[in-house]
Design a binder for this molecule. Sequence first.
Ligand code: NAD
Length: 346
Amino acid sequence: MVTRGAEELRSLGEAIFVAAGASPENAGVVMHSLIGANLAGHDSHGVIRIPSYIEEIKKGRLQPAAMPVVVQETPSTATIDGAQTFGQVGAKLTAATAARKASEVGLGAATARGCFHTGRIGEWTELGASQGFITFAAAANADGALRTVAPFGGKQINLGTNPCSWAIPRPGGKPPILLDYATSAAARGKLLVARAAGRPVPDGWIVDRDGRPTTDAEDFFTGGMLLSFGGHKVYALSAVVEMLAVGLSGGQRIPAGGGASTIFLICIDPQAFQLEADFYESIESVAARLAATPPADGVEAVLLPGDPETRNRTERLAAGIPLAESTWGEITTIARDLGVAHPAVG
Ligand code: NAD
């Protein structure tokens, strides 16, 4: 493993994307997201993605300088065309638009189609929560070729990893309560991270091409599949996530091979329902009750959803971001190939 500072990785990544044709603005947004994912501890959605994004740009499928646009709106809703650029750029506009509408009318919803990979979904619900809104997000891929998960009870790939997220704002500048996960046993990116580090994945995440349980991430990339988690309950959630994100954005109309990611977000202003102080009193009382639960044997403490991300952020801002040597090697090779001048590549 190597450890690199967040700022060094951010400036190197921005320089790589600009050299590959991204606008400085888009490069800034995508690197903010990738570094934010690494800092939150979700390396699956961090700088490990740089090589695949560059590959998509080279193939002409990702338009690195395009800008997403609002194509339809009402006072409380908006539909956005992600313009086949970095999904983080489209998702950021979607979240900002939903939050703006919530600030105007109490409830704001927005959806985007035609995005590339939308990254760590919790980033977009955190954006709404940072403005005081309860925020929900559902994200899914409209391109069947990108599905990787077997539905509950099925023996064939027929679902995406369909992540969803809720962020509940807290008072006094505290990070929000954050639910943010794939509705599969793990995000596909976690298999990329395990493969890069040569580490096994936990039991129950994947099966190989013959449907046999395995802990070797390579088996997934050679024809295997991810399993759903939570039995029929999370399978049902996954189906609803896809219907919301693809159905409301119109993502099914994007031709296969283009930016197939879609996202749906809704921001709710608690003050449209309750006095702000009463709302926060209720949230803090639930949070305090849960955190005070005596931990089970072998568990250090009962955490709140979002605590792991906050802890990782504090630690990694101080100590740096750990990366597999192979990941760092790929990033620096891309930088050299693109003629990027940066201290990290000499
Ligand atoms: P995960 O299994 O690591 O779960 C993360 C969630 O669980 C967070 O809300 C975290 O705060 C909470 N959590 C973890 N430990 C906890 C504990 N002890 N107590 C309370 N809460 C706890 O997540 P994942 O499914 O591997 O997803 C990782 C990332 O991948 C997410 O950011 C997700 O948005 C992203 N993702 C994105 C896409 C996409 O297409 N853009 C697809 C899939 C996943």
